[in-house]
Design a protein around this ligand. Structure first.
Ligand code: 23J
Ligand code: MN
Length: 256
């Protein structure tokens, strides 16, 4: 048996489980809100073309409108000025959409402090326990935030000072940008913390990861079903030519 036929057999008999890390995409899916003077991303919207009616008697179909960065989505390097000459979402090598997943769990910290920032010490402590971050890995930063995913207000967690959602420190972003990981996947609306507009540099995860030809995955669900190491994550953004990102189906494969 080849490795690939063993893999197919594992999928068929359930010894390899497929877990959907994607949030459902609908008009109520939370979106990022930037300061009002800035351009805003669009919500997801469906526009019915026909539904087994006189516009099309035997078929149902829709047009849709959405921001590239709406819902569970992929950040391509050209999304940020630091990566402006790097790949658009259609140019990302497909080999770099799939990799081993490592999970750093800061659910308890984020429950106590919604502005919790992952530190370099958190990452080096994880590495002391589990080994160095593997080359070509997706780093999944688990915060428990997806429990708020169907409540846009709780998900944004904003007050007069802006959003209070967990993220990573500029130093942690710099540290990770220097590793061989593919990118980071988060449960929140974006890879940066809610307060990251005011960080130095602003939005450090976007600035450093995308500038280092790495990627972001957002609004992940079900990451509590992943082991700390050993899962494989597959990210499938649409190949939008010149696109800066795309809504994305994200699947994890876990051995049971
Ligand atoms: C544009 C500006 C700031 C941010 C973002 C987009 C995202 O989070 C995103 O979806 O890429 S923080
Ligand atoms: Mn994005």
């Amino acid at each position: 048996m080849t490795d690939l036929s063993a893999f197919a057999a594992g999928l068929a008999d359930g010894s390899i489980e497929v877990i959907d890390l994607t949030s459902p995409l609908h008009a109520g899916t939370p979106i990022l809100m930037l300061p009002p003077e800035m351009g805003q991303t669009a919500r997801f919207e469906l526009e019915e073309i026909s539904r087994y009616d006189d516009r099309g008697p035997a078929w149902y179909w829709n047009n849709f409108r959405t921001g590239e960065h709406t819902g569970t989505h992929f950040d391509a390097p050209n999304h940020w000025v630091s990566g402006k000459d790097l790949d658009d979402v259609s140019q990302v090598p497909v080999k770099r959409l799939i990799g081993p997943a490592v999970v750093i769990d800061k659910t308890a910290e984020a429950a106590k402090d919604p502005d919790y920032l992952l530190t370099v010490e958190d990452i080096t402590a994880w590495e002391a326990e589990h080994g160095a971050l593997p080359e070509g890995a997706w780093l999944i930063y688990r915060t428990g935030w997806s429990a708020r995913g169907e409540d846009p207000e709780a998900f944004a967690n904003a007050d007069e000072n802006g959003a209070h959602t967990p993220g990573m420190s500029p130093e942690a972003a710099r540290y990770l940008a220097g590793t061989g990981i593919l990118g980071v996947g988060v449960e929140t609306v974006g890879t940066d913390a809610g307060g990251a507009f005011a960080f130095d540099p602003p939005f450090p995860c976007h600035a450093m990861f995308l500038g280092a030809n790495k990627y972001g995955l957002t609004q992940l669900r079900n990451v509590d079903a992943l082991p700390a190491t050993g899962a494989v994550v597959v990210a499938a953004p649409l190949p939008i030519v010149n696109g800066s990102g795309s809504p994305c189906r994200v699947l994890a494969l876990v051995a049971r």
